[in-house]
Design a protein around this ligand. Structure first.
Ligand SMILES: Cc1ncc(COP(=O)(O)O)c(C=O)c1O
Length: 432
């Protein structure tokens, strides 16, 4: 029997490639028809077929306060009533930059853009402008948006020139990206020994969360920092996911390990942000010291621009979101959720990797992986079956075995406990 979702899907694929405007929404990884969403509020998402799910995808991370928080929606409505776009400077942009920078005390400047992809492109151009060098070091399994130079995968050696991971990327562009494996200090050293004079920057997610949750050792992060400094390359923390998620600011300064010690404890030269700082609307940013950010046009010679950058309605959502996060209560609630979730999952059989409000079901068995190559493709099939079962039981988890789930201020202790037990039951039922 055809559902409303099947009907919409049949219409959608006639007008959009695979029926979607971003690939992972097509559910290719779990199979089945993607569910069409009518509305969402708090921890819940409502489907076109009358379904109600507790949502752990949260728009892939922006909705740290849950869906459509009243204060943010009201701020957006007020701003929209005053005009949708001016293409001119506004008070709201200053306030948002001030709020962002108060979370990054080492930095003095922010430039607002619309997407994480743009933030990364701008950071890379700045790094090249600052150093006069051309190459970028990235790590296998890291995702930094869909700029050509970032859509490359590693070749066959330890440290390699990138190979285009998408059609349409020229060999010349791919060759400007060097790819090294995560969790391997020797690979960092080797990359800089081989290409050091040409490397403008290394880019890393402080907690790589786009290919499972590949938590890196603090010593690895520090080695990367020291090696960048030694060779005059910039270190870019891509905090599109991690920024403002573990506390009010960056993971480099806030993320603590189990003993309460700083888990990373390094100061990057530039940070890229997105997701949370827009509170569900398209806002992203590059932040850094005045000495680097003031190289951006028209203050400096590195060009960057955007018709919709700092859009007043989007900025209103960002300001309303950060104004709530500044108060700290959300982070306390997220810590309570994390502890309750850990307690519940300890009782079940499903293994998870959790860092703050980011949780990834690790179906590979054994110790959690620290590199993308340690994740076997064999986790796809059982995850697909678990995903389908959770959906029937009112839980919407991101539709891929390689994607992380997020907790929000709107989730309750009861809900995250249920996630742990339902996941565990599903794993038993489908046979890992
Ligand atoms: C770490 C990281 N960087 C960059 C991006 C790209 O952001 P956007 O999708 O807003 O272009 C993402 C998106 O998920 C991301 O997770």
């Amino acid at each position: 029997m055809s559902s409303i979702h099947d009907e919409l899907y049949q219409r959608g694929i006639k007008v959009s490639p695979a029926g979607v405007n971003s690939p992972v929404r097509a559910w290719k990884s779990v199979g089945g028809t993607p569910r069409y969403i009518k509305r969402a509020e708090g921890a819940f998402m409502y489907g076109e077929g009358g379904e109600k799910w507790v949502d752990y995808c949260l728009a892939w991370g922006p909705n740290l306060l849950g869906h459509a928080p009243a204060a943010v929606v009201e701020a957006v409505q007020r701003a929209a009533a005053d005009g949708l776009a001016f293409g001119a400077v506004t008070r709201g942009e200053i306030e948002l930059a001030e709020r962002i920078l108060s979370g990054y005390p080492a930095f003095q400047r922010a430039r607002l853009v619309c997407t994480g992809t743009e933030a990364v492109l701008t950071a890379l151009r700045l790094a090249r402008g600052k150093t006069g060098r051309s190459k970028i070091l990235k790590f296998a399994g890291g995702y930094h948006g869909h700029g050509d130079g970032m859509l490359v995968k590693a070749g066959s050696g330890l440290v390699t020139f990138g190979v285009g991971d998408s059609a349409g990327i020229t060999a010349a562009v791919a060759a400007e990206t060097i790819v090294a494996p995560l969790d391997d200090e020797a690979a960092i050293t080797a990359a800089f020994e081989q290409f050091g004079d040409d490397i403008a920057a290394a880019i890393i997610e402080p907690v790589p969360a786009n290919n499972g949750l590949l938590v890196q050792r603090p010593e690895w992060h520090r080695h990367l920092r020291e090696t960048c400094t030694k060779h005059g390359a910039l270190l870019i923390h891509d905090e599109v996911i991690t920024g403002f998620r573990f506390g009010y600011g960056g993971a480099g300064r806030l993320l603590k390990d189990g003993s309460g010690a700083l888990a990373i404890d390094v100061q990057p030269d530039l940070v890229t942000l997105g997701k949370i700082i827009g509170g569900g609307m398209p806002v992203a940013a590059v932040v850094g010291p005045a000495a680097i950010l003031d190289m951006l046009a028209p203050a400096g010679a590195v060009y960057q621009a955007g018709t919709m950058a700092g859009n007043p309605v989007c900025v209103a959502a960002g300001n309303a979101t950060l104004a709530i996060l500044e108060q700290g209560a959300v982070y306390a609630h997220l810590a309570t959720l994390g502890a309750a979730f850990d307690e519940a999952r300890a009782a079940g059989s499903a293994p998870w990797v959790r860092v703050g409000p980011i949780a990834w079901p690790w179906l590979g068995g054994g110790v959690p992986p620290r590199t993308d190559s340690a994740i076997p493709n064999s986790i796809r099939a059982p995850f697909g079956r678990i995903h389908a079962r959770l959906l029937e039981r009112g839980i919407h988890f991101p539709p891929s075995a390689f994607e992380v789930g997020f907790f929000s201020a709107a989730h309750t202790v009861e809900q995250v406990r249920t996630l742990a037990t339902e996941f565990s039951d599903a794993l038993t039922a489908v046979g890992g």
